[in-house]
Design a protein around this ligand. Structure first.
Ligand code: NAD
Ligand code: MG
Length: 394
């Protein structure tokens, strides 16, 4: 039977790669809905190819124009707008699988709607899990949703775990630790004194991966690895000390699981997100992803080092946050989204990102976040604090 798929954030890097895999297997997948924030021209082009039933534009300023373009293109899809429409296409009874590929906190509510509706969720949107952790996992478990990781590291860990792995039970599976690999980004070896002057273009020029701008900056500051550390804790029920971050600049090993008999299982492949996307779309089967096969003879180097927290202070902040509790992860994510947006707009320096994150973590109030409303209110409160701190710094 065909899987009917909604892609939240269809016009982004992950969305485009997902549609590429889907197009290779028309007998296996059909597209139910595609969503975007502002890139309506791309959305219309995608709709012409994939003929979804719904298109959702989340920014209301682009709604009327998108309706007009859809009519001109003679699309049969209904065009909707806003948060309720996002939730609807993520939870509709006709949908089997939801690709959560919106960037940032904006993806939380529709991804949660998919969890509540018991969908198969392919999670790329790590920020949603970082900001809501336990609550998100509870919704998945209570509603029998299936959560499959798209982040290449977490997908690799998932592939290296035994199929009998029970959430949070490392000892039962004979696991010593998880080795979370990261490339170190474009500034791994540049002199520390140059970091403050790095531009958005330099930060977004990742040596191995072609990604959206926010995650590219996060990779350059290694906040991405910090968010992934928190993400791994929630996805697999790990404690932060179960995870060791290892720099592997070639991005061929995507992460590893070390067992107590000395075995280390690694998942490898060329750095192309279509591998984890195809894996999760077709799990537990395997399908062609279009990714070029790994040629070991062509690999010139294969190296591993420990991360330098002087260069990447965000990594230490993430470790601190996950140990402190949910509020701290929510705060760090919110501060970082504000900081990265300011850096991309040219109003904050590259090193200012970690400075702002650290400043907010020193001031953040310690509170219990028991509901989605609590989480969203706290996220907003921290964003305001971060904006104020930015203005003070300007
Ligand atoms: P991107 O910027 O290329 O695309 C983001 C998508 O989200 C676009 O479709 C955009 O229209 C939509 N969007 C943006 N703001 C929105 C808003 N306020 N409301 C609703 N929709 C909005 O980002 P990406 O690189 O595809 O990353 C998407 C997510 O996947 C991120 O959470 C990222 O961390 C994660 N991820 C990406 C990669 C990668 O290789 N690109 C790898 C691992 C994880
Ligand atoms: Mg990743």
């Amino acid at each position: 039977m065909q899987q009917r798929v909604t892609i939240l954030g269809a016009t982004g890097s992950i969305g485009v790669s997902t549609l590429d895999v889907i197009a290779r297997h028309p007998q296996l997948f059909s597209v139910y809905a595609l969503t975007c924030h502002q890139q309506i021209e791309t959305l219309i082009q995608q709709a012409l190819v994939h003929q979804p039933q719904y298109l959702v534009v989340s920014d209301p300023n682009y709604y009327a124009r998108c309706q007009q373009l859809a009519a001109e293109a003679k699309l049969s899809a209904e065009v909707l707008c806003g948060a309720d429409a996002l939730n609807m296409v993520a939870s509709a009874p006709e949908v089997d699988t939801v690709m959560a590929a919106i960037v940032g906190a904006a993806g939380l509510l529709p991804t949660l709607a998919a969890a509540k509706a018991g969908k198969k969720i392919l999670l790329a949107n790590k920020e949603a899990l970082v900001m809501s952790g336990k609550l998100f996992i509870q919704q998945v478990q209570q509603n029998n949703a299936t959560l499959l990781p798209i982040d290449s590291e977490h997908n690799a860990i998932f592939q290296c775990l035994p199929t009998s792995f029970e959430y949070a039970n490392l000892a039962n599976a004979g696991i010593d630790k998880i080795l979370l690999t990261g490339s170190g980004g474009p500034f791994l070896n540049c002199p520390l004194t140059e970091l403050a002057h790095k531009t958005p273009e330099q930060a977004c020029a990742h040596p191995n991966w072609d990604m959206g701008r926010k995650i590219s900056v996060d990779s350059a500051t290694m906040m991405n690895k910090g968010l992934e550390l928190i993400e791994a804790c929630w996805l697999f029920g790990l404690k932060p000390d179960d995870i060791e971050v290892v720099i592997h600049p070639q991005s061929v090993i995507h992460s590893m699981v070390q067992y107590n008999d000395g075995s280390v299982l690694a998942q490898m492949g060329n750095p192309d997100m279509r591998t984890p996307i195809a894996h999760a779309l077709s799990y537990p089967q395997r399908i062609d992803s279009g990714v070029q096969r790994l040629d070991f003879k062509a690999l010139s180097d294969f190296s591993f080092t420990a991360p330098d927290v002087n260069r990447f202070p965000n990594l230490a902040l993430a470790m601190e946050a996950v140990k402190a509790g949910q509020y701290a992860s929510t705060a760090l994510n919110a501060a970082n989204e504000v900081a990265v947006a300011a850096f991309l707009q040219g109003t904050l320096s590259f090193t200012g990102i970690a400075e702002l994150n650290s400043n907010i973590m020193q001031k953040m109030p310690s509170v219990e976040l028991d509901s989605v409303d609590d989480i969203i209110a706290y996220d907003q409160q921290i964003r305001q604090q971060a904006m104020l701190a930015l203005r003070g710094a300007a």
